[in-house]
Design a protein around this ligand. Structure first.
Ligand code: ADP
Length: 192
């Protein structure tokens, strides 16, 4: 799917971009996978990343499970593998919360998934990162709510941390792109 539409905002010394497209096509330093705790692949964006990235990513995920997280990656945490056959050099795997009404700590856990992914990117010296809309597919988080947490968490992070230069949200559907864009118009200041 071509990255056919985009809008760019400025936060401190970084760019924050929204595009509609397929995250597996991104050539940012890292792309983020909305994984599940098993780290063994799955549906949605997770399946697409493993399909296109090849077996190297899965091998590294297996090693992470064996060494660091034998019981699976907890919600809100993030780990990093290489990008395998993808254009991106790295994949950061994080687990967003499953939506169960909003009173089970979902907003904070979703913010943690974004924050820990961003921190990991910075700790590896990466300059650019692309996110999908974490939790809003199979995990059922309403996109109108999730996008506000996604955008404000990234904004707050970029205001405190100047090493990351570009954060891209890659929205798979036109609908999600429009929802993110409407929220961004309120939360961020646009570059004309
Ligand atoms: P989760 O389990 O965290 O909800 P999903 O993969 O089911 O993860 O969905 C998260 C979001 O990723 C959804 O908005 C879905 O439309 C989107 N998505 C699916 N495939 C891709 C892709 N190739 N690139 C970007 N986003 C994608």
């Amino acid at each position: 799917m071509p990255q056919h539409e985009g809008v760019t905002y400025h936060v401190s010394s970084a760019w924050l971009r929204l595009v509609q497209g397929d995250i597996t096509e991104m050539d940012t330093d890292a792309i983020v996978n909305a994984a599940n705790p098993s780290l063994m692949g799955g549906g949605g964006v997770d399946g697409a990343i493993h399909r296109k990235g090849g077996s190297k990513i899965l091998e590294e995920c297996k090693r992470i499970r064996e060494t660091e997280y034998p019981n699976g990656l907890p919600t809100g945490k993030a780990v990093i593998t290489s990008g395998g056959n993808l254009k991106a050099k790295y994949v950061i795997h994080t687990v967003g919360p499953v939506w169960s009404g909003g009173s089970k700590g979902e907003p904070e856990l979703l913010a943690e998934a974004y924050r820990n992914s961003l921190k990991l990117a910075v700790s590896r010296g990466l300059k650019s990162i692309a996110f999908p809309s974490i939790s809003t597919g199979a995990y059922g988080y309403p996109v109108e709510k999730a996008c506000r947490i996604a955008l404000s968490t990234v904004k707050d992070f970029l205001e405190k941390e100047d090493k990351l230069k570009e954060v891209v949200f890659v929205l798979y559907t036109k609908h999600d792109f429009e929802v993110y864009k409407r929220a961004a118009e309120e939360i961020l200041s646009k570059v004309t």
